[in-house]
Ligand binder design. Structure first.
Ligand code: NAD
Length: 334
């Protein structure tokens, strides 16, 4: 009876609308970290699962459009992120990546909330590499290496910097003209910044984040020192690649979701070359849950293949929706 009343109340209250601006105000890095860490743990326990991803070239505006969806039975979060990539948007003063999250009531199927997904995508992607650094990087990591200097890289740098006592950032980008924007972020958080070669990033860094749109390796296996942790975040599509497959083979590999890691993640190339197999890859959630020890020595190279799953989007959108659902909230009815 109580459940019935709650459901009626939800529909009477209408659908919550959470704007991009609200998301920026309501979902900080710590809240995103906690939500992403919790859902990775739930995935590894089998309490949360992602549904098959839809991604299509729509034959209009050169756009890629799709859906990422899933259900977190532990957190009772059901929904989807819809959106994609419109390359012509920059000329219209819009972000090329566009997305919106829809959250549904898992008890009734009613639409509960519409949440802007652009800021949330960046903050949840940064939370993902950040969770990997928290669980896998050496405690004494001091130099943070960045390969990439685009939109996501700025979020990545801010989130990663909070995970260890970094003393310096070294960075390389295929387009050097983009580096000053990243240097400004480092300056803002009080870290010295040095633009170096990709090889030098490998020689100096204890933790390296790769976040580019590359289709060929930018970092080679023999450039990376023992004990380094890599978070490979840019490869989220078949054919993309940021690091040498030999480096993936040399490292102990962790991921958000094994199925995506081998199909569209950084591991796809080492798998295709027969250098590693699916059983060599561990879900980061197993480390979070204490079922896997994670890093086993200071000399081990650890690599997190962060492919980006729908449940991450739903987790941070749920944080935004809960925070927004007060007396002054914007609601609409269908
Ligand atoms: P952006 O367009 O702002 O920046 C692109 C970055 O890639 C820049 O560093 C640029 O110099 C570099 N780049 C562009 N073309 C390249 C090429 N041909 N070869 C090598 N490098 C190239 O993009 P962004 O929003 O910062 O996204 C960066 C990457 O992260 C994209 O590949 C995107 O798909 C991916 N991404 C992954 C996730 C995830 O969850 N894993 C989430 C969001 C974005």
């Amino acid at each position: 009876m109580l459940k019935e009343l709650e459901s009626t109340a939800t529909s009477a209250a209408g659908i919550l609308v959470v704007s991009e601006e609200d998301c920026r105000r309501l979902v900080g890095r710590k809240a995103a970290f906690d939500a992403v860490e919790a859902v990775f743990g739930a995935m590894a326990r089998g309490d949360a699962y992602n549904f098959p991803v839809i991604r299509e070239a729509i034959g209009h505006a050169d756009a890629l459009y799709g859906f990422k969806s899933g259900f977190d039975r532990a957190g009772l979060v059901l929904g989807l992120k819809s959106g994609g990539y419109w390359p012509g948007n920059a000329d219209k003063g819009l972000t090329n990546h566009q997305s919106t999250v829809f959250l549904f009531d898992p008890d009734t199927g009613q639409l509960k909330a519409l949440v802007g997904g652009n800021y949330l995508t960046a903050v949840r992607t940064a939370a993902s590499s950040s969770v990997s650094i928290a669980h896998l990087a050496r405690r004494d990591a001091r130099v943070l290496g960045m390969i990439g200097a685009g939109h996501q890289a700025q979020f990545q740098l801010r989130a990663a910097a909070e995970q260890r006592d970094f003393e310096k950032v070294v960075a390389w980008n295929p387009h050097p003209d983009m580096l000053p924007r990243l240097a400004a972020v480092a300056e803002d958080i009080g870290l010295p910044f040095e633009a170096v070669s990709a090889e030098e990033v490998g020689a100096q860094a204890d933790v390296i984040i790769t976040i580019t749109s590359a289709f060929e390796p930018l970092l080679m296996a023999d450039w990376i020192r023992p004990g380094t942790h890599l978070a490979c975040m840019g490869t989220d599509t078949k054919g993309k690649q940021e690091v040498d497959a030999g480096l993936v083979a040399k490292a102990t590999v962790f991921t958000d979701e094994i199925a995506q890691s081998i199909a569209i993640g950084e591991a796809q190339h080492a798998i295709a070359a027969g250098q590693i197999s699916e059983t060599d890859i561990t879900p980061i959630g197993a480390v979070i849950n204490g079922a896997h020890p994670g890093r086993s020595s200071d000399d081990q190279i650890t690599l997190f293949d962060g492919t980006g799953v729908g449940l991450q989007d739903l987790a941070v959108a749920d944080v935004a929706a809960r925070a927004a659902a007060g007396p002054g909230a914007t609601r609409v009815t269908l």
